[in-house]
Write a protein that binds this ligand. Sequence first.
Ligand SMILES: [Zn+2]
Length: 631
Amino acid sequence: MTRRSFRKTPAFLSFAFFALALATLGVTKILPYASCLVENASVPPALSDPTHSFVIGSIRWDVDAYARDPQLQPFRDFFHKNCLAKTGTGAAICVSQVFAAAFPLGMPQRDFYDRNYNPLIDFRRHMAGEPGHCVNRSGLLATMLLSVGIPARVVAIVPLSRTGGHTVVGVWDGAGWQIVDSTANGLLWSPNGTSATDIAQAGETVRLVDPLTFRKALYQYESAIAGNEVVYPEPWLYTRTGNRFSFWPFRGRFVQVGMQRGHLATPLLWMRMVFLLAFLCGIVCLVICFVPLQVHQEMKMQPEGAEWYEAWRELVCPRCARELSYLARGRESWLACAGCQSKFPIINRIPRLLLNQGAGPTEAEARTAASFGFEWSRFSEMYPQWEQNFLDYMAPHPPSFFHGKKVLDAGCGNGRHSYYAAKYGAEVWAVDASQAADVAARNTGGCRVNVVQADLNHLPFAPHSFDLVYSLGVLHHLADPEASLRYLLRFLKPDGEIRVFLYWNPVFPSLKHTLLATVTFLRQLTTRLPHRVVYTLSYVAATVAWVGFVWPYRVLRTFPRCQRLAEGLPMRQYSRYPFRTCVNDQFDRFSAPIERRFTRAEVEDLFRRAGREDVTVRQNFGWVASSSCEG
Ligand SMILES: [Zn+2]
């Protein structure tokens, strides 16, 4: 059966996630080098002989390959025509001066950072007089030098302000790397003058000068170069031949070296991760909007009725413990107490025996009950897997144990445990304080299950009424588990058995421990969110758990060698259950304001303080504690 085909809360969350993704994208766009891959290299640029090839970080300049590349032939021809026999810095200065004579300084139509850049077309346009600036002059210069086998690379200097900047070329002069500023007519400034000869003589003492930006003093050329605070674009960008180091959708890969004032790459990486996460969450929420909610109703049966009307005679007043009498007027009916004058309505054949007056539940308790009411109305479906789940809780008792027993299911939720206890022959009283009682009644209709809505600390039963009292996954959500346990024990026959399931608290540091700590931290927020929001977020969390743990578990356990690794994975218990079960537990985990966790010793102690020395505690993805004779 399909219930509603579109949901509002996931739609809203989906919108919110996509908005976050878009906002992140917007912020990312502002960051320098946003559309590129940026890599940090802590090592100084290659000091070894780069004559044949050189490497910075993950980027490689294959000088020999460029020197042979047929696509660069026009560059080669140009160089031989204008600067034949020049090498190193001399060659770079020669080419720069030819450029300076051929085209003026100014904004070009495109430079090598553009997607459809073509170095040859760009080169021909400039030679025909199109203005150019530092980026494309440096790109063309480096390409030309590489085409004739002179090791060269484009160097971007990032200013302190992170806007603007300057681009120059590093050239190998046979002994070391020199910087050539092609924008400044290829002339390097030296203390002695500005001629090419001076520079050749000045050797390593050269410094940069740039007439356009130097006066703006955005950055210190000298200190940036000396400290290697520079970024190297991958050579593919300016040559458009050879290896490409970035992949789609990035324009190029960059290596930044020695950035002392915060790396360019770090904020970029974070923004990309946030974007990716928000985008994926948006997709998951969008999928949830449209996936029809499957409700398995094979086990749902219509209530028969007649038997139930007799059952109420066993109930007593939860306030004063006296007998209740049945009142009916028109279509309304009540259970009324002659002792304290309380009147409890019967709605949908379920007696509502809640005490609202006097010492009512605290706000946290009320919110916890409301959370479970929401939970079980959403996760009402019954799965065949619940049978084994119930038997696991009841081990070592076989199904025949239940025959003829009178059982109290304290905190019945959607009624799945009551259903099996009744199926095995018990007479079951299922109690829940929340609206889950209605779900339990629907799921157990037709069985020997009497559903009552009542507070677990104010039960409408006579003392010593039950052979078995069980409370699975409930006490840790109550304000005072010890008092509640002590209270439940009152309803046990002298030879009866009590059985409780409690969340466990792993004591050793482990992956589970870390996950749990994260959950505990997140709960501070999620327990305050509207249930619908947590419900949708539970799908996101369950998807993460499924992809991160359940699928790997299913794959790993098929390999004999990986068994141990597989059994160590958190959340592996869900591999036996449908996906919705995992969603249900995530909701449970993140929504209920009151939640406690216990160690084995704490469980034993809890029972001892409640007067039961004979407790048996067993591990079953939590603690199953049972005690079967009065201590
Ligand atoms: Zn009463």
